[in-house]
Design a protein around this ligand. Structure first.
Ligand code: ATP
Length: 215
């Protein structure tokens, strides 16, 4: 930051596997920037994802696709710290670091509804709640590979019993799982992929032959 520049007061953190980043991730980032009035939004591709059961694509590809998906949004930073961290990477650690980097700022953790529902399984989740305000976008109940794009039922968050702010975003029934599954079907070409991911991400996937064996 330039000397004398005001330090950011409202700082967002948006973590994910981004394997690959898709239109719903992009919509969530835009919604958070706007509705929370963020000064900066850190987008953090995860390193070792303790909560995912499959092996993620190489970090170098996921980072490159994040740049393609988000770089044109003002006030966004693609933040590689979780990838560079040795061993398991926890949100609580990242939030402690952000708090040190932005003293006095209000921190927001941006999530989809599925992550809010499993939030109590997160390592040191109470610490996360102490450090950041959860900002949650709703997500369809069915987010699997076969989820229909045109029909989505909202997840009921009324019984969650955790404090959170709602982000008001139209439901987008897109998941990275569905993108990978679609690419694994031999007859699909990447041209049909653009309803799911930004064009530059679709081209990257094609050039680098990603997701040919979906997981
Ligand atoms: P996968 O299908 O591989 O599990 P994903 O599509 O859920 O991946 P992640 O990278 O795991 O994508 O998600 C990062 C964050 O974005 C999470 O907080 C998740 O809830 C949120 N998110 C992803 N897709 C959507 C969506 N369609 N609507 C709302 N939030 C979403």
């Amino acid at each position: 930051m330039k000397p004398g520049a005001a330090s950011p007061q409202r700082v967002g953190m948006f973590g994910g596997a981004f394997d690959p980043p898709h239109w719903a991730h992009r919509a969530l980032a835009e919604t958070a920037l706007q509705q929370l009035g963020l000064d900066v939004l850190h987008i953090l591709p995860t390193g070792y994802a303790w909560h995912k059961t499959r092996v993620l694509s190489p970090a170098v590809d996921r980072v490159a696709m994040c740049h393609l998906a988000f770089d044109d949004l003002a006030r966004v930073k693609i933040d590689e710290r979780e990838i560079q961290r040795q061993g398991p990477s926890y949100t609580a650690d990242t939030l402690h670091e952000l708090r040190r980097e932005y003293p006095g700022a209000q921190l927001f953790l941006i999530l989809g509804a599925d992550q809010l529902l499993s939030f109590r399984t997160w390592v040191r989740w109470q610490e996360v709640l102490d450090l950041a305000t959860l900002a949650v976008a709703n997500r369809a109940t069915n987010i699997g590979a076969d989820a229909p794009l045109d029909h989505a039922v909202e997840t009921d968050l009324s019984q969650v019993g955790l404090p959170f702010d709602r982000l008001d975003m139209p439901l987008k029934n897109i998941s990275a799982t569905a993108v990978r599954a679609r690419l694994g079907q031999a007859a699909q070409s990447t041209s049909t992929l653009e309803v799911l991911v930004p064009e530059a991400v679709a081209s990257y996937i094609s050039t680098h032959h990603l997701y040919q064996n979906p997981t």
